[in-house]
Design a protein around this ligand. Structure first.
Ligand code: ZN
Length: 397
């Protein structure tokens, strides 16, 4: 079914820079794809007689892509929030059995139905701010069965009306039963992957490379298991210290490296050479009161594409507001408004290995947002305000 959306201010993001603004623009969709984009005054013949939606001068952007979330879990970690206020660090809480491990205990105890019931409102919150594609990681199960359960729940969130990409993050933390045997646990993580992949649950493989998590040598084994199955990799890298994880990930042509506050110049060069996306996560930076900034200037100079995501998780980034992340990316990381919006559209799609979304152009998915705003910079300047008028997903309003 074809639909015409006309009379809007389109933020096409076509080309490598600039907003790609089309004043008094129109979009013709055919089912779940964009068939044509241009001026309302120059419609193609295919637009004749189709269903028309008047945009009334509203702003239209590509649908938002949240390319790094841990949306499926049970329990909460608000007690840790209080502990941190009393001076405990993220690493100290993790070493005391809190952090990721406490979410693992709650997630293992939850049924698939309970996990889904908890995750649906989170997905709806992202949708309410314009998200049309979300990446969701496992990593709170840390057993073959519970990792599969998390990924199945993540997949089923697509029924809420958004596209879900799933990432296997078995190498997120060492579970209690493997205490002191992290190399054995890495063997297990690698052993579980083919089964999860065979069930169609894995779009990419991720790991947490950090002194409180896994070493580069251990991550390399996980990445080799992914490579054997032809699966792309990404990495939680250089968040709390410089482990050289980015160079390792780049050697595996990683889709992205994420966090990166402690990224070195050598890491920047490695990402640039590999074409990996730098995914910056201002929510975690803010919530952990990190003071070391990711090297935005060096990434920019080296031409590394930058993406922005919520990193939604119950501990270090309990936010469900992609719009707030756009604002924080500008205020905290000094991204330009255009860099921030590209970071949650076209570059976020690239961080997931996707080229069919993130721009308003013929052939792209018909996923877009209609905002009560006159310029795209408004989406980044305000915070705590949601001007979304309408979200169109696969051509359906
Ligand atoms: Zn994460």
């Amino acid at each position: 079914m074809k639909r015409l959306w006309r009379g809007g201010r389109l933020v096409s993001l076509q080309g490598e820079s600039g907003w790609g603004l089309i004043e008094d623009g129109a979009l013709l969709t055919d089912g779940a794809r964009i068939l044509w984009v241009g001026l309302s005054s120059g419609l193609p013949p295919e637009a004749a007689g189709v269903e028309v939606h008047e945009l009334g001068g509203a702003l239209v952007t590509p649908g938002l892509v949240d390319c790094h979330t841990h949306l499926v879990y049970a329990g909460d970690r608000c007690q840790e929030f209080e502990l941190r206020l009393h001076g405990a660090s993220y690493a100290e809480i993790a070493q005391a059995g809190g952090g990721i491990r406490s979410t693992v205990i709650a997630t293992r105890a939850a049924t698939e139905a309970q996990l889904l019931a908890a995750a649906v409102p989170r997905a709806r919150a992202l949708i309410a701010e314009g998200v049309t594609t979300v990446e969701i990681k496992s990593g709170y199960g840390l057993s073959a069965e519970s990792e599969a359960r998390m990924l199945r729940v993540a997949r089923s969130l697509a029924l809420q009306g958004l596209e879900v990409r799933t990432t296997y993050l078995g190498a997120h933390a060492v579970p209690p039963e493997f205490e002191g045997r992290s190399d054995d646990y890495v063997d297990a993580v690698c052993d579980w992957l083919p089964g999860l992949h065979a069930e169609g649950l894995v779009d990419a493989v991720d790991a947490f490379c950090e002194h409180i998590a896994f070493s580069p040598a251990q991550v390399m084994r996980v990445f080799e298991a992914a490579r054997q199955l032809g699966l792309p990799v990404k990495l939680h890298a250089e968040q709390l210290s410089d482990q050289g994880g980015s160079q390792l990930a780049a050697a595996f042509n990683a889709l992205s490296c994420d966090h990166l506050e402690y990224l070195s110049d050598a890491g920047v060069s490695a990402l640039a050479t590999a074409g990996s996306v730098a995914v910056l996560l201002p929510g975690a930076y803010y919530a952990l009161r990190e003071t070391r900034l990711p090297p935005v200037g060096a990434l920019r100079s080296a031409g590394v594409p930058i993406a922005i995501a919520t990193d939604h998780n119950p501990g270090s980034s309990p936010t469900l507001s992609p719009l707030l992340m756009l604002n924080m990316a500008c205020v905290l990381f000094r991204l330009t408004p255009e860099e921030a919006l590209r970071g949650m559209t076209v570059n976020a799609a690239r961080a997931l290995g996707l080229t069919d979304r993130g721009r308003l152009a013929a052939g792209q998915r018909a996923d877009f947002c209609v905002w009560d705003a006159s310029h795209p910079r408004e989406l980044t300047a305000y915070f705590g305000r949601n001007p979304l008028r309408q979200r169109v997903f696969e051509g359906n309003a």
